[in-house]
Design a protein around this ligand. Structure first.
Ligand code: IPM
Ligand code: MG
Length: 357
């Protein structure tokens, strides 16, 4: 029997509700493949602030580092909104990404056929197909650059810095091109090269890396245009390669297009197989603990974990197929509910998926 140590961070809001279901699903699929997962639960975000006064305790970092992969729920909530920047729950996310060196964030946005009507876009746009992957640089740029708040000539002033070096751009560009090779072989690199120096270096470097992937078609778009194109014709995109801040914004837009953000998983990875896996959606504190949150994005994050970090693609396919079966059978959580389907809660949805494995 194989054994893997998995760090589990339920976090805040609906995090604990949905991660519970994902852990059950992983355990079940583990039995099928003669694999034991040793889940080690640790705290981060508001949960850790309440327990230790620190959003990212060293113990959490250490447990993650000594694991094969990390499964994360969500962090943050209004309870901690008034804390100073460096003490907020979101710091835990940025801190974990940085400490673990997770420079590549892969955020797929795909419209499930049975959930097509959930998309806010017109049918004729959706019918062209939406199946894209945002590859976001995750540990550089303005979210990690120099920052400060100071008085300049008696006026309170704040600044943040967008800064990238060639090596940082190269490695994330390679992630994007490699992903594209497994998909439809198209990369759209997104920047603001008409204004920003950091973007001009980005574009030049991406063009260099592209030479190593002659089969992949590369184009460049400005970020404002990309925001527009995503709603005008999302089918034109395969892999979107971009920096930390643009990727943050565009991945939210891309997930909204699918209409079912409660279904979307993401991975944050580096060169080796280690990674952190989490739903794209946030902690939804307003529905926490009510057993109504959609656990599917979390369950699909577990599938991604199996595939990328543990090399268990068959088990991952099993989970994905189970989710599709449950949707095809007409079960929906409140966020994706439409008339004529059957509404179920978090635990029930988890159980239905489990039964299909
Ligand atoms: C995300 C989130 C985080 C980010 C926040 C919570 C720091 O929006 O994962 O996209 O901006 O990276
Ligand atoms: Mg975001």
């Amino acid at each position: 029997m194989k054994e893997f140590k998995i760090a589990v961070i339920p976090g805040d809001g609906i995090g604990p509700d949905i991660i519970r279901e994902a852990v059950k699903v992983m355990t079940k699929v583990g039995e099928k493949y003669d694999t034991k997962f040793n889940f080690v639960e640790v705290k981060a975000g508001g949960d850790a602030i309440d327990a230790y006064g620190n959003p990212l305790p060293q113990e959490t970092i250490d447990e993650c580092k000594s694991s094969e992969a990390v499964l994360l729920g969500a962090v943050g909530g209004p309870k901690w909104d008034n804390l100073e920047g460096s003490k907020r729950p979101e710091r835990a996310l940025l801190g974990l990404r940085g400490a673990l060196g997770l420079y590549a964030n892969l955020r797929p946005a795909k419209v499930y056929n049975v959930l097509k009507s959930a998309s806010p876009l017109k049918d004729e746009i959706i019918d062209e197909g939406v199946d894209l992957l945002v590859v976001r640089e995750l540990i550089g740029g303005i979210y990690f650059g120099d920052r400060g708040t100071e008085e300049v000539n008696g006026v309170e002033t704040a600044y943040d810095t967008e800064k990238y070096n060639v090596d940082e751009v190269k490695r994330i560009a390679h992630s994007a091109f490699k992903s594209a090779m497994k998909r439809r072989k198209k990369v759209t690199s997104v920047d603001k090269a008409n204004v920003l120096d950091a973007s001009r270096l980005w574009r030049k470097t991406v063009n260099e890396v592209a030479k190593e992937y002659p089969e992949v078609e590369l184009n460049h778009l400005y970020v404002d245009n990309t925001a527009m194109q995503l709603v005008r014709k999302p089918s034109q995109f395969d892999v979107i390669l971009t920096n930390n801040i643009f990727g943050d914004i565009l991945s939210d837009e891309a997930s909204m297009i699918t209409g079912s953000i409660g279904m979307l998983a993401s991975s944050s990875i580096r060169e080796d197989s280690f990674g952190m896996y989490e739903p794209i959606h946030g902690s939804a504190p307003d529905i926490a603990g009510m057993d109504i949150a959609n656990p599917l994005a979390q369950i699909l994050s577990a599938a991604m974990l199996l595939e990328y970090s543990l090399n268990m693609s068959e088990a991952a396919r099993d989970i994905e197929a189970a989710v599709e079966k449950v949707l095809n059978a007409g079960y929906r959580t409140a966020d994706i509910y439409v008339e004529g389907t059957e509404k179920v809660g978090t635990t029930e949805m988890g159980k239905l998926v489990l039964e299909q494995i």
